[in-house]
Design a protein around this ligand. Sequence first.
Ligand SMILES: Cc1cc2nc3c(=O)[nH]c(=O)nc-3n(C[C@H](O)[C@H](O)[C@H](O)COP(=O)(O)OP(=O)(O)OC[C@H]3O[C@@H](n4cnc5c(N)ncnc54)[C@H](O)[C@@H]3O)c2cc1C
Length: 574
Amino acid sequence: MEKKIVIIGAVAAGPKAACHLKRLRPGWDVTMVDQDSLISYGGCGIPYYVCGDVSDEAELRSTSFHMVRDETFFRQAKGVEVLTRTRALAIDRKEKVVRVKNLDSGEERELAYDKLMLATGARPFVLPIAGSDLDGVFTIANLHKAIEIKKRIAGGKVSRAVVIGGGAIGVEMAEALKDLWGIETTLIEFMPQLLPKIVDWQFAGMLKTHLEEKDVTVFINEGATAILGDEKGMVIGVQTPKRTLDADLVIMAAGVRPRSELAAEAGLLVAPWGGIIVNQRMQTSDPDIYAAGDCVALTNLVSGRETYAPLGSLANREGRVAGDNMAGIASRFKGTVGSFIMKAFDRCIGATGLTYEAALAEGFDADYALTAPADRAHFFPGEAIAVFQLVFDRTSRKVLGLQGFGVMNDAISVRIDAAAVMITAGAVIEDFRDAEMAYAPPFSAAIDSINAAAFVADNLCADRLRKLDMDRFLAWMEDFSLEPDWMALDIRHPLEAGPFVEKFGKDRWLAIPYIEVRKRYEEIPEERTMIILCDAGTRSYEVQIFLDHIGKNNTMVVSGGFNVIRRLGVDWLP
Ligand SMILES: Cc1cc2nc3c(=O)[nH]c(=O)nc-3n(C[C@H](O)[C@H](O)[C@H](O)COP(=O)(O)OP(=O)(O)OC[C@H]3O[C@@H](n4cnc5c(N)ncnc54)[C@H](O)[C@@H]3O)c2cc1C
């Protein structure tokens, strides 16, 4: 029997479900409804459109074979009806109808459905502060906003911008404004780090340093308290507790919230924070109503808890599963490990699974291996450092997450993706140790970074490696009185270590090159706690093993070494 399907929302999850369903059940009547005039666009491409890498917004709405995805395209090529500028006002679950309103004509009517799908997405969070509605203050709610921002910039109306919110979208927008348009850009984040909850502090710190290298001013621990305007209602600045920032453009990127009012008003189960509750078939609490994309609550596959993951990649996969199930095919979407990757100028940062901080908060016996190897064979031209952090549970040895930071190439994404697959499958440290990664010098090292991180995790679990957390080391460096007894054992080349000895004195900084430790170990004071330092941490581990062997075991290794310290932009380097 042929059925009527109505889908509310036509950007990512909606079109994916509609087209998939139409391929499965070509005779069914599929209608998408969207209040917007622009549909089926790649919202993820917005920063690249604003900066100019993508010259025309239509490219974000086009297929790979250059056809614009509008109502005509969906009708003619896909057999899917689309009603744009049409808002769904209410769902009558008993009568199985959706009341919709044409926003141009004001006409209201009812659409009957056998199965209904909500793909209503998310709306940006607008900070409840004075001035949020001033002219020149934008959220990145949809493509229209992006077009308007770019028009202002191209019209020469923007010389100073403030981006509120240091999440992924805020960072991408800061880059877009600074990189190609040269706009004086300030990024403010009220949490103590950028990308809060997405990466651990070291990774956020390396990102911040890079943004600053690229002349983006970054203030963390600093929220906007008001947006300031002139008498004509134009934005002129942003107030924080510490300063006033001049601005003729303000981008509010303070996160998004699920758009679930329709669902809630129809009596569907909705989480207190707004996510529509669905089962693994993307079915809501009403078996004839499905939901997918940024409007739903998902399960975090590592913690097992309810989570919110508003990502285009997931919206598409969830949409397909909803399409399958509306067609009667029982496929499942089990949840997410929260994989994320982004470009920031010349760097790439990515993560999957839980951060160390999140893993501790979830009650895991969490630990982490921080490594900073070369991203390809060290002898291959163009080789660069890629920093990884493998988060694991010491008791179960389960791998909980991986983060990466490196130069803008595929070294980070390859490892994040491999880790995401393994973490989804419940991998333990041994699985990462044994993971077979393709190798040739232009692509990776013979011991892949994933394998290397697992070796370090294994050494930590076996207590063969004793590390000093980077935050503790940095605190000790800021204030020697915190831990007066320690002394650095710097095993780098004398040309690298020498300036440190000169700056911090022979009583704090002992330089013995790695190659000479076995013959000069007697110079190491017995009673002092030695903090072993090299570039990546690998040589330090070897020296620690040797010193343990000769009975000097009050030593600790700074994992990630100077490869991480240098990227954190500390101000005490000589
Ligand atoms: C700047 C930016 C960068 C991003 N970058 C990435 C990235 O790099 N990687 C990634 O994975 N994700 C990224 N995302 C997120 C990604 O774009 C979203 O996850 C994705 O668009 C969600 O799709 P959706 O279909 O669930 O909802 P949405 O895209 O929000 O679409 C929902 C649609 O439903 C319509 N609607 C809502 N209510 C009604 C109603 N009552 N009646 C009619 N229509 C209604 C809305 O107007 C909207 O058009 C980015 C997002 C932005 C804004």
